[in-house]
Design a protein around this ligand. Structure first.
Ligand code: PHE
Length: 350
């Protein structure tokens, strides 16, 4: 190696080491000026090219070496700049202003609220109004006026939460269904009427994958001269198609409720297998989703409606429908307030 080459090597090594030490953009720029500036140490080496004693062959070789050194330093400068712009600036501030920010968490409606909204919208489309009632009720609205006799099993302490004061019942209870809102509304309104009632209800059930002591229902009530069971079926079928798609079918099985006569349970054609039978519907092809019937004459009597009044009512559990719609296997997910679960339902803000 010629003396020039050794010198060139050492200048380059020195420049690269200085660059390594440069902790911010200003320091990098200082290194650039020191070596590649107009009077820079590397720039100066180029003047050797003007040496008249230099053979043209040597000149070519030196030129190549100088350009290679310059290019190497320029690349290192560029790399150091990118490297610095991607990491913390001054350590002293304690804040890394170059990190991407956290997106603000703006929340959204709960999956249960989203399903309630869908249920209600599909009834609004048929002219139903949305009405609400209190969660604390009196026995008359939750039971008596709904033709549920005092000795009915649903009135026992293990099926209803009663409010007590020093062990003595106060006459208040947590409503065990949304049906008492039928009574409240009819107490204060004359027919014709068409309402849907969303809300929270309470039952002292042991908590498991499909039960909770608190859940949601949507109640429906229509009262109008001449209403028949056919109107009830037509209303629910139109709702089911809006809710689950045009292919949805409903099957009505005779059932018993004290406040409707006749009464039925409605099954929805399985939304997963379209009725063919699968794991979700237990190979039955049908999913039980609601209770319904023609309002019992005793209920109309309790709210002082005229004899011969006709109407239908229905009630459904929201959690069950939400679980079916989303393929959720445990009701408890709804109440754990775990963002990892809730974020999977990107519905709008209510
Ligand atoms: N209230 C009933 C329940 O909770 C559902 C229902 C409502 C049935 C209206 C018929 C009519 O099970």
């Amino acid at each position: 190696m010629s003396q020039r080459e050794v010198q060139l090597e050492s200048i380059t090594a020195e420049a690269l080491a200085a660059l390594e030490q440069a902790k911010d953009a200003a320091a990098v720029e200082a290194v650039r000026v020191l070596y590649l500036g107009r009077q820079g140490k590397l720039t100066e080496q180029f003047s050797a090219m003007k040496d008249p004693g230099l053979a043209s062959e040597e000149k070519g070789k030196l030129g190549k070496q100088l350009n290679a050194a310059k290019q190497r330093l320029e690349e290192a400068l560029a790399a150091r700049r990118t490297n610095l712009s991607g990491s913390a600036p001054a350590k002293s501030s304690g804040i890394d202003a170059t990190l991407p920010g956290y997106p603000p968490s703006i929340g959204r409606s709960h999956p249960i609220s989203q399903v309630i909204d869908r249920i209600l919208n599909n009834f609004r489309a048929q002219g139903f109004s949305v009405v609400q009632g209190p969660e604390i009720e009196v026995e008359r609205n939750n039971f008596d006026a709904l033709n549920i006799p005092p000795d009915h099993p649903s009135r026992e302490g293990f099926d209803t939460f009663y409010m007590a004061d020093h062990g003595k019942r106060t006459g208040y209870l947590l409503r065990s269904h949304t049906s008492p809102v039928q009574i409240r509304f009819m107490d204060t309104h004359k027919p014709p009427l068409r309402i849907v009632v969303p809300g929270r209800v309470y039952r002292p059930d042991a908590v498991d994958a499909t039960h909770c002591f608190q859940f949601h229902q949507v109640e429906g009530l229509a009262v109008c001269p001449g209403l028949t069971f056919g109107d009830l079926k037509g209303t629910l079928i139109a709702w089911a198609r809006g809710m689950f798609g045009e292919k949805a079918r409903l099957r009505f099985r005779p059932h018993y409720f004290p406040f409707t006569e006749p009464s039925a349970e409605a099954d929805l054609s399985c939304i997963f297998c379209d009725g063919k039978g699968c794991r979700v519907c237990g190979q039955k092809g049908w999913l039980e989703i609601l209770g319904c019937g023609m309002v019992h004459p005793e209920v109309f009597k309790a709210v002082n409606y005229l004899p011969g009044t006709t109407g239908f009512a229905f009630g459904m559990g929201v959690e069950r429908i939400a679980m079916l719609l989303h393929g959720i296997e445990d009701i408890r997910y709804f109440y754990e307030n775990d963002a990892r679960f809730l974020e999977q339902f990107p519905g709008g803000i209510r």
